[in-house]
Design a protein around this ligand. Structure first.
Ligand SMILES: [Zn+2]
Length: 264
């Protein structure tokens, strides 16, 4: 069973809630004590914030579909003009940036950073690095020798992948989905397995077997991504249901100005 740490302080203002009744409210800011005591459960988060995560996860799914389409098209020589292909690749990159930015939206007004916050920040940093490097690459400032843009893209992709897997795992705990915790955990290690397996097999059994294995494992990786994204979207739907009911009942943290102040 998944354990979510319970908080004895107000998640909104940090007030010590010891001795406050289960149905009571924080004396400092008025947020229900039960919201803080539920730990980091995502269903206690404001609805507009949950909605942004949901849209981000949806866009991320389409970015992956577009990415696979690009890879397939790229494998067929001369199917599209080089300039068209490069423009499409840039559009897919932009989709990933938007999706990752949205899905890592900061939870508004939290006294204590929620679970997975460090991973969230690393995802954003890696996304920015990748974007800058790919733009520099596209406009060909390579000749200026600013830095090795290709290396930056590879490194930020690897770091970004590990970070977003850790972020999804943290979110899985917050939506109390142990299946998603497992799926996100295996997602962390899969690319390393792909690379190592490809390298070892290429040396032992030759290039063809290695390529087949890498392609197979890559499909497993993509499937893993889709699984995690779908589980996250389902969990978010449930959390949004709870949040919407709570806000309709007028018990929202919105009553103390938490909702709608998410500058990011
Ligand atoms: Zn409070």
């Amino acid at each position: 069973m998944l354990r979510v740490p319970r908080s004895s302080t107000c998640l909104n203002c940090g007030y010590d809630l010891q001795g406050i009744a289960p149905d009571g409210k924080c004396p400092e800011c008025g947020v229900r004590a039960s919201v803080s005591r539920s730990g980091d459960a995502l269903e206690t988060a404001p609805l507009p914030y949950l909605l942004k995560l949901y849209w981000g996860a949806g866009l991320l799914r389409w970015a992956w579909v577009a990415f696979i389409a690009i890879v397939v098209v790229g494998c067929v020589q001369g199917l599209v003009a080089d300039s068209v292909f490069r423009a499409a690749a840039m559009a897919v990159s932009a989709m990933f940036v938007c999706a990752e930015w949205l899905v890592t939206t900061q939870q508004p007004q939290r006294w204590r950073a929620p679970r997975g916050n460090a991973a969230r920040l690393v995802v954003r940093a890696a996304t920015c690095c990748r974007l800058v490097a790919s733009v520099l690459n596209a406009v060909d400032v390579q000749s200026l020798q600013v830095f090795e843009t290709g290396l930056v893209v590879v490194l930020s992709t690897i770091i970004g992948h590990v970070a977003i897997s850790l972020y999804f795992r943290a979110m899985a705990v917050r939506i109390r989905d142990s299946e998603m915790v497992r799926a996100a955990t295996s997602l962390i290690w899969l690319p390393a397995v792909v690379v190592v397996a490809g390298f070892v097999l290429a040396n032992i059994l030759g290039t063809l077997v290695a390529v087949a294995t890498v392609v197979g494992l890559f499909l497993v990786l993509v499937r893993g991504y889709f699984t995690v994204i779908e589980q996250f979207r389902r969990g978010l739907s449930r959390a949004m249901d709870v949040a919407a009911r709570r806000e309709l009942a007028g018990q929202a943290p919105a009553a103390v100005g938490v909702v709608g102040s998410d500058e990011d």
